[in-house]
Design a binder for this molecule. Structure first.
Ligand SMILES: Cc1cc2nc3c(=O)[nH]c(=O)nc-3n(C[C@H](O)[C@H](O)[C@H](O)COP(=O)(O)O)c2cc1C
Length: 175
């Protein structure tokens, strides 16, 4: 037994895995950070999402997982279209802004409309997707999207979310 083995949970204890120790497990998975966008009429809507992945190549499909009470989810399923904005390091402040309880997430955030969807200026890469399918799973909804448009800045400095902290490649190893 190692010092960290108190966090080990065996398969037959799986039913006992709670939300908080599941979070502890997921902290070990490094991801990028996206702002998922859509709109209600003229009002841009968006929130921070790291549950984003590609699903298939033929056809190209992506997936985002959003909490069922998410306002962004409501906008997406109303309009059947959404944007994915992969954050660059210089945009890291937006990760907290777009997760916070505020009506003003887009204040002073430069964006433009692509296919009618807000796309953040300066994102590492962005795509606009049509909703292919939305699948309710427990307290989240898996939204499958088919990209209609994308743009890549190919910046070397993405926001990386790991262990509950934001990092980037050029700063790794710094205190
Ligand atoms: C780094 C990070 C990643 C997040 N990833 C997700 C996610 O994948 N899915 C989700 O539903 N919420 C995620 N959240 C939480 C939402 O951003 C947050 O609940 C937000 O307030 C939802 O806004 P909305 O209700 O306006 O859509 C994340 C938050 C942070 C800080």
């Amino acid at each position: 037994m190692t010092a960290s083995s108190s966090a080990v949970i065996s398969a037959d204890q799986a039913a006992a895995v709670s939300g908080s120790n599941f979070r502890h497990f997921m902290r070990n998975w490094a991801t990028g950070v996206t702002i998922v966008t859509s709109s209600f009429g003229q009002q841009p809507i968006g929130c921070t999402v790291n549950a984003f992945t590609s699903v298939s190549l033929h056809p190209p499909l992506v997936l985002v997982s959003l909490a069922e009470q998410s306002r962004t989810l409501a906008a997406i399923t109303t309009r059947d279209v959404f944007g994915i904005n992969m954050l660059a390091w210089r945009q890291r402040h937006l990760a907290q802004r777009f997760a916070a309880a505020t009506d003003d997430r887009f204040a002073d955030v430069p964006y433009r409309l692509e296919c009618g969807v807000p796309v953040l200026e300066g994102a590492m890469a962005a795509a606009v997707c049509e909703v292919e399918r939305a699948i309710v799973v427990a307290d989240h909804v898996l939204v499958l999207g088919r990209p209609q448009w994308f743009d890549c800045a190919d910046s070397p400095d993405p926001v990386i979310f790991f262990g509950g902290w934001y990092q980037t490649f050029s700063r790794m190893g710094e205190g």
